[in-house]
Design a protein around this ligand. Structure first.
Ligand SMILES: Cc1cc2nc3c(=O)[nH]c(=O)nc-3n(C[C@H](O)[C@H](O)[C@H](O)COP(=O)(O)OP(=O)(O)OC[C@H]3O[C@@H](n4cnc5c(N)ncnc54)[C@H](O)[C@@H]3O)c2cc1C
Length: 448
């Protein structure tokens, strides 16, 4: 079917953000008798879920050191809970298990979770942490752990199933989703306005009033098409303005699956366990030959997952030091010749599993030797940008925090229909020049 000549809203990207925005926008237009899903067109150059959302591990948590992130996540968890079945969401909870250098910061997360009535338990001290963990898993053996934050909400969802669920929700509101359509540029208004009036694609042009960009790791390509800056000024924590800071950086996400029966990871009482995230500064030794892998802070996360067919999870991402203009985003994910995980990941992650729980000792031979992982495009401070550019282009650049942030689409829908949302305000682009940066945690990840 040919593309329409014009539509009110064009959404670029059929991932979690594009589809969530399209669904919530259509619903809002209908509820406010201001329109319907017929006013919303989603375009994706591949198929729905052909980006990061379709390969995400799918972990959903609140645990963030930044208050603004935490409030946003609490809202997103409520959206997951609203559509548990259609989004294939498993509310098993989430655990942040940490060493002493993170103890105090995780304690503040707990205090603030209490303040927003997000249910969690906080255990402190090496002995009590060990007892708490052994109460869940009799074979627990991770070292140097002095705090455990057990979030009772959150968990994980099955990546493609939730993207397909979102697409069903959007279509049920009358949204049109066109796949195999690549956006190649924009035409602006004549005169002094910088607003986009036409979205140009390889299948024709579409006039529109507003554009939503949910392009995930391809955000830099769309950013360039909009002639937005590739370097910016940031007022740092030192109070000084730092010029020429690179706008986008790519990181390679490291994930894989241990091909064991997912039921192997049940808790002592026979239930499916929370998602486990362990950070520790205990030396990590190879589970195969005993050699030292690292004596620096390291971290892993894992969950039993029938959808992946094993115990699936990951470790710290690797920064891609190539010039961002030269990073090949396509082919994406496991199809990439450049950015799939290698032997180093297997050695580290499988040994780390064995470090944490005796049931994984000697299991690294069961690691699923198939391409996995994918890249993410990160902002200068590694936190999202949700803002309007060129007057009518709403950019959702989640800095790879995003699968769990399914609720952002609902909040963006309110802004697209004229109501500013408090939860999105800490993520505006001008925070850089104003020096309103989010606090940084001691975790080994760029995203917590
Ligand atoms: C390996 C991996 C594991 C992850 N695990 C987690 C996790 O456990 N929890 C979590 O919260 N987050 C996780 N993330 C991050 C999360 O997946 C992303 O932040 C999120 O999915 C981004 O969603 P999106 O909708 O912005 O982009 P995407 O899902 O990437 O969707 C963007 C879409 O835009 C389309 N597109 C791009 N350019 C164009 C164009 N020019 N024209 C038309 N269409 C275009 C693409 O085809 C794609 O389908 C993970 C990421 C990776 C890579």
């Amino acid at each position: 079917m040919p593309l329409p000549d014009g539509v009110t809203f064009v959404v670029i990207g059929g991932g979690v953000h594009g589809l969530s925005t399209a669904y919530h926008l259509a619903k809002r237009l209908r509820e406010q008798s201001r329109g319907s899903g017929a006013d919303v067109l989603v375009l994706d150059k591949g198929h729905i879920g052909s980006g990061a959302s379709g390969i995400a591990c799918g972990v959903v948590r609140n645990n963030y050191y930044q208050p603004a992130m935490r409030e946003l996540m609490a809202h997103s968890v409520s959206v997951w809970e609203r559509h548990t079945a259609v989004l294939s969401y498993h509310s098993v909870g989430y655990m942040q298990i940490s060493p002493e250098c993170m103890h105090e910061q995780v304690g503040t997360i707990y205090e603030q979770e209490k303040a927003i009535a997000y249910p969690s338990v906080f255990v402190e001290g090496a002995k009590d942490c060990d007892a708490y963990m052994k109460g869940l898993f009799g074979d627990w053996q991770a070292q140097n752990i002095t705090s455990v934050l057990h979030e009772k909400k959150g968990g994980y969802a099955n990546n493609m199933r939730s993207v397909e669920g979102l697409a069903r929700l959007a279509r049920s509101e009358g949204v049109r989703i066109e796949t195999g359509v690549k956006v190649t540029g924009f035409e602006r208004s004549n005169g002094s306005s910088s607003a986009v009036r036409t979205v140009v694609t390889d299948k024709g042009k579409v006039r529109c009033e507003q554009v939503v960009v949910g392009a995930g790791p391809w955000i830099k390509q769309i950013w360039d098409m909009l002639y937005l800056p590739n370097s910016i000024s940031i007022k740092g924590r030192d109070g000084k303005l730092h010029d020429d800071v690179q706008m986008w950086t790519f990181w390679s996400l490291q994930e894989g699956t241990l091909g064991v029966d997912p039921r192997r990871q049940k808790t002592n009482d026979g239930n499916m366990p929370p998602v486990i995230h362990v950070d520790t500064d205990a030396p990590l030794y190879s589970d195969i030959d005993g050699s030292l892998i690292t004596d620096k802070l390291w971290g892993i996360y894992y969950k039993p997952d029938f959808y992946f067919g094993g115990v699936q999870g990951g470790a710290m991402p690797l920064k891609i030091n190539t010039d961002p203009d030269k990073v090949a985003v396509d082919p994406y994910g496991p199809a990439s010749p450049d950015f799939i995980v290698g032997e180093d990941f297997r050695r580290m992650w499988c040994s780390a599993l064995a470090h944490c729980q005796a049931r994984f000792v000697g299991q690294s031979g069961k690691y699923r030797d198939e391409p996995s992982g994918g890249i993410g495009c990160f902002t200068p401070d590694n936190f999202p940008i949700f803002d309007r550019f060129c007057e009518n282009v709403y950019v959702i650049a989640d800095s790879n925090h995003g699968y769990k942030m399914i609720g952002v689409g609902e909040l963006v829908a309110t802004e697209l229909t004229g109501t500013t949302n408090r939860l999105l305000e800490p993520f505006r682009f001008d925070r850089y020049v104003r020096g309103e940066l989010h606090p940084v945690s001691n975790s080994p990840y760029p995203w917590s």
